[in-house]
Ligand binder design. Structure first.
Ligand code: ADP
Length: 447
């Protein structure tokens, strides 16, 4: 087992990882920017190293500084959290070259899945169902038109290097296609430094369903069931559930088994999430994330398994603590992402939190690094906490969620809490009857 882990992240996830390390009796080092000196995880860590000024590029994305911090403190492993360097293959390679363990998959696996065209090709080869579309990158209008005619309109043009919901354009007719292709290519080039794009069928009313997988790096793979993340705004997840209200037990184990087998065949190591769109009983692969997800706690709630413990175990060579048959799904869990944003316009609302009171009681978990008197810096994303609620079934979970949202107090800044208070009373949400467009339509109606 590791002696000392360096946590290369900030906010709630840095605290989440720190807690897991403490439970396992592992020493902790955190790196932080000058904007985060007062952060909760910095206060609680055994050691902290300030690695630069507020802009991420000069601190949380500064590989050189982070490796230096490992050397100075004698950390033998790095947990990257999510975002920042968590899916940076070069970072994983550099750590390996310094004999420091990256708590995640190999640089090669990150590379394959980070290139969406390559990821889709690999998924197909491993027997994972994919969205119908082009076999590789599309350059010419003629080629685009041929593929689009074959799969049928509407189609979506996606950047191979895309991420965070950016770099996608929908074309509803052949007349839209040329412009969509050119815009997607130039936007991808500008945003990601790689203008490769591909085409796939645009699914009209899908749900977003993702499967949590784990590999031990030695040919064993397991799945921890699915999460339904269909409630999205601008392709960003807002509310996540496990299990999905849309799947039955047969579908759950069918897609789970396909994913677990793929992970085993790939020789993958650590946590991963295989994302699908789901429509009319069919699953269509869209991408794989090679890291811990923001929404991992809903899976922890229904399985009772600490996924960060598993990541650390696997990375240290201890293997998985569970076999597939040990993983049982118990009840229902929902996560609300609480952002420091105006609940109507979604403009960020940084500033000082004058009062912070979190709900408690059976089945309630709050993952957050903020506290009363904490000043939210304006430099990073606006997630300030996650409320995760568990119940024996979805009805109990929703009752508990409504009560927990009523108890939650964040004063001094605007948050998205009022949005969740509205959602929890909505009949479609109560029935689990929503697709990936539901939330945007609801917000557009201004209810
Ligand atoms: P990113 O890496 O930027 O998050 P994804 O490929 O995961 O990109 O897609 C993000 C979101 O975009 C999906 O959750 C879905 O809402 C939408 N999307 C992606 N591909 C399609 C598609 N083929 N049809 C319809 N919607 C799609």
């Amino acid at each position: 087992m590791f002696q000392k882990i360096l946590i290369a992240n900030r906010g709630e996830i840095a605290l989440r990882v720190l807690r897991a390390c403490k439970e396992l009796g592992i020493q902790t080092v955190v790196v932080h920017s000058t904007a985060d000196s007062d952060a909760m995880h910095v206060r609680l860590a055994d050691e902290s190293v300030c690695i630069g000024p507020p802009p991420s590029r000069e601190s949380y994305l500064n590989i050189h500084q982070i490796v230096a911090a490992c050397e100075i403190t004698g950390a033998d492993a790095v947990h990257p959290g999510y975002g920042f360097l968590s899916e940076n293959a070069k970072f994983a390679d550099i750590l390996a070259a310094h004999n420091i363990t990256f708590i995640g998959p190999s640089g090669d696996h990150i590379r394959i899945m980070g290139d969406k065209i390559e990821a889709k090709r690999t998924a197909k080869r491993l027997g994972i169902p994919v969205v119908p579309g082009s076999d590789g990158a599309i350059n010419e209008d003629k080629e685009a038109k041929r593929v689009a005619a074959e799969i049928g309109y509407p189609v979506i043009i996606k950047a191979s290097a895309g991420g965070g919901g950016r770099g996608m354009k929908v074309a509803h007719t052949e007349a839209d296609l040329e412009v969509a292709l050119q815009t997607a290519k130039s936007e991808a080039g500008a945003a990601f430094g790689d203008d490769a794009v591909y085409i796939e069928k645009y699914l009209q009313k899908p749900r977003h369903i993702e499967v949590q997988v784990f590999g031990d790096g030695a040919g064993r793979g397991v799945h921890f069931g699915e999460r339904d993340c269909s409630l999205q705004r601008r392709h960003q997840k807002v509310w996540e559930e496990a299990n999905s209200p849309a799947l039955n037990a047969e579908e759950r184990s069918r897609i789970g088994d396909i994913c677990a087998k793929a992970i085993a065949d790939l020789g993958y190591s650590g946590a991963g999430t295989i994302e699908f769109l789901y429509e009319n009983g069919e699953f269509y692969f869209i991408e794989m994330n090679t890291r811990l997800q923001v929404e991992h706690p809903v899976t922890e709630a229904i399985t009772g398994i600490d996924l960060v413990h598993e990541q650390i175990r696997v990375a240290s060579g201890g293997g998985l603590s569970v076999r597939q048959e040990d993983i049982k799904f118990n009840g229902h869990a929902i996560e609300c992402r609480i952002n420091a944003e105006d609940p109507r316009t979604f403009t960020p609302s940084p500033g000082t939190i004058t009062h912070f009171h979190t709900p408690g009681g059976l089945g309630i978990r709050v993952d957050s690094g903020v506290y009363s008197g904490y000043k939210i810096p304006p430099y990073y994303d606006s997630l300030i906490g996650k409320l995760i609620v568990h119940g024996r079934n979805r009805v109990e979970c929703m009752m508990r969620l409504r009560r927990a949202l009523d108890e939650f107090v964040v004063d001094g800044i605007k948050t998205t809490l009022p949005l969740f208070r509205d959602l929890v009373g909505n009949p479609d949400i109560a029935n689990g009857d929503y697709d990936i467009h539901w939330l945007e339509k609801y917000l557009a109606k201004g209810e």
